[in-house]
Write a protein that binds this ligand. Sequence first.
Ligand SMILES: *Cc1c(COP(=O)(O)O)cnc(C)c1O
Length: 462
Amino acid sequence: MNSSPDRGRQTVRSYKAKAVEPISLLAKPDRESALETAGYNVFNLQSKDVYMDLLTDSGTGTMSDRQWAALQQGDESYAGSRSFQRLQKSVQDVMGFEHVVPTHQGRGAENVLYGVLVSEGETVLNNTHFDTTRAHIAAQGADPVDCPLTTSASTRFNGDMDLDRARNTVDKIGHELVPVIVLTITNNSMAGQPVSIQNTRDVAAFAAEINATFVIDACRFAENAAFVKRHEDEFTDATVAEIAREQLSYADAITMSGKKDALANIGGFAAMNDRTLFERAKQRATLYEGFPTYGGLAGRDLHAMAVGLREAVTSEYVFDRIDQVAELGGLLRNAGLPVYEPFGGHAVYANANELYHHIPRSEFPGQRLVCELYREGGVRTVELGQFAFPGTDRPDFVRFALPRRTYFREHLEHVAQTARRVISAADSTVGLTVTETPGMPELRHFSARLEPVSNAVESTAD
Ligand SMILES: *Cc1c(COP(=O)(O)O)cnc(C)c1O
């Protein structure tokens, strides 16, 4: 079935619910007062006041019955835990790396790996640094440089690294100052777009040429492999599991968040084949994460990741996953929301500037859209534009991230219905102004408070 021309499209859902979590939709006046209490910042909302939570897909998914069973088998020994061995075996089988250093989550793996690979004054290239990666490179005193594709022609692999850009940067600063090249698959900060295996090979060859360590940020490696099967002709007949192994085989090391494609609620790890790098990473992990057979996690968490990694590369799981994201994208597009296409692997991105032409960027059209989606339907999303990243020139995107195996078609239709109501009120919607900012500007979107620019205008518009 999977080598048929539709390349793995699932026509039926590959799971059913065994445990359920009640959710409820507050009445509109209650949602409005919750929004006001939260200072028009959805990070300040209580989760009980949220009907559908599309804030992130990080650690918010539904574990399988096998993962829940594995939790019971967690070995909580400080050293030499069986759960660690289970994880190690999964990483060897699924990802092809001999050595594993578990960490409390993905950023812990970044701290451990980049702490030993990167020094002050150096430069790290990445197709696009994810926020925590950027912060950890910067914390080493190094310079994180993004090399995303610049072509306006959209391909099926918009997440690829632009190698000409990478070369130009290296030529300018000298290759001795570039110890590491990273590929983030899928490219989270570029709308979750996939990276081709051809590009992975080219980047690996370039890294070898300049003697740099080639790292893959593998957080969504299984989703990426599903896109490769579907769109990279060489791999039409390969299984997702084979593709994932192939892509990761070009890397010297990986960082991983267990909250993404290990299908767990917490955890992460770094993995590599080089023994010396492993020994150095273990030392740093002991300092920041914990003894290297638990890495800041309970044994049961290691077990949950060990099982989740194997599930992530089954075609039943992963095509269902990326197709559900595309299903949400299609519903939102049909509702009239300007969305970024092609759809990525974990989320749909809406362009708030196109919806709210009349709201200047300084009045946070993206954050206003986030607030309206909550007000109209109890749907929590996140702004990734001018509010989250002050001064960036990227559009004011609003991200609808889908937790794994959690929502059903009716939920997605509710989001589309909500979007319809938001769109019909768009012309009379006003912008927001920040009333309180925390100390660090980079962390503004987590805790700042805002209010509508003119409450008077807004209440007459209602
Ligand atoms: C989530 C994520 C991380 C960081 O992982 P955490 O588990 O949140 O610390 C790093 N890189 C990418 C691409 C991610 O999506």
